[in-house]
Design a protein around this ligand. Structure first.
Ligand SMILES: *[C@@H]1O[C@H](CO)[C@@H](O)[C@H](O)[C@H]1NC(C)=O
Ligand SMILES: *[C@@H]1O[C@H](CO)[C@@H](O)[C@H](O)[C@H]1NC(C)=O
Ligand SMILES: *[C@@H]1O[C@H](CO)[C@@H](O)[C@H](O)[C@H]1NC(C)=O
Length: 150
């Protein structure tokens, strides 16, 4: 492959970079055990032929296992803790979204597990999509920190 083709591919990849977000819950939200909560995965406008594939959503406690009830989300790695969802991601348009922002989203509703420790936790998501005319697979991961209460 020539350098110019590689450069084109790099350009195409960055042009279609998605940077989806967890639009809800917001950082610092309170999740109550046993109650339902909605995870909204949103992404900016997505030009064809790029294609969404799937998302994985998890709830990972930050409570350390030393019995002290202290929390430290910074020590988390790529684990997803309670696996809440893994499957298709088919976001639809958000009529109220200002142009160029997070126009497409999909809501997923879950029950907060009753056996997760109280304290800080992270809602974690991974998003797999195919970008550009060459359908290059990209996996992005993101999270928000929330508080789990009884
Ligand atoms: C940890 O938190 C749980 C639930 O709030 C409580 O029952 C327990 O006593 C706490 N343990 C310590 C060591 O503080
Ligand atoms: C969670 O998101 C923050 C901010 O994007 C990032 O710095 C951190 O590495 C992520 N943590 C994990 C465990 O993925
Ligand atoms: C999706 O979830 C968000 C956050 O809870 C909410 O504001 C929005 O109305 C929901 N959209 C639909 C179509 O249910």
């Amino acid at each position: 492959m020539t350098k110019s083709i590689l450069a084109l591919i790099a350009l195409a990849t960055s042009a279609y970079a998605q940077n989806a977000v967890i639009a809800s819950p917001s950082a610092g939200s309170t999740l109550r055990k046993g109650q339902s909560f909605t995870v909204e995965i949103a992404r900016p406008e997505f030009p064809a032929p790029s294609k969404d594939v799937s998302v994985v959503i998890g709830l990972q406690t930050c409570v350390l296992t030393d019995g002290s009830n202290s929390t430290d989300c910074s020590v988390l790695t790529q684990t997803f803790g309670f696996l809440l969802y893994s499957g298709d991601y088919t976001p639809t348009g958000h009529p109220d979204a200002p142009q160029g922002t997070f126009e497409d989203y999909q809501n997923f509703t879950f029950t907060v597990p009753t056996n997760i420790p109280t304290g800080q936790a992270q809602v974690k998501a991974a998003h797999l999509y195919l970008t550009g005319a060459g359908f290059i697979p990209v996996l992005e991961q993101f999270n928000v920190t929330v508080n789990v209460v009884n």
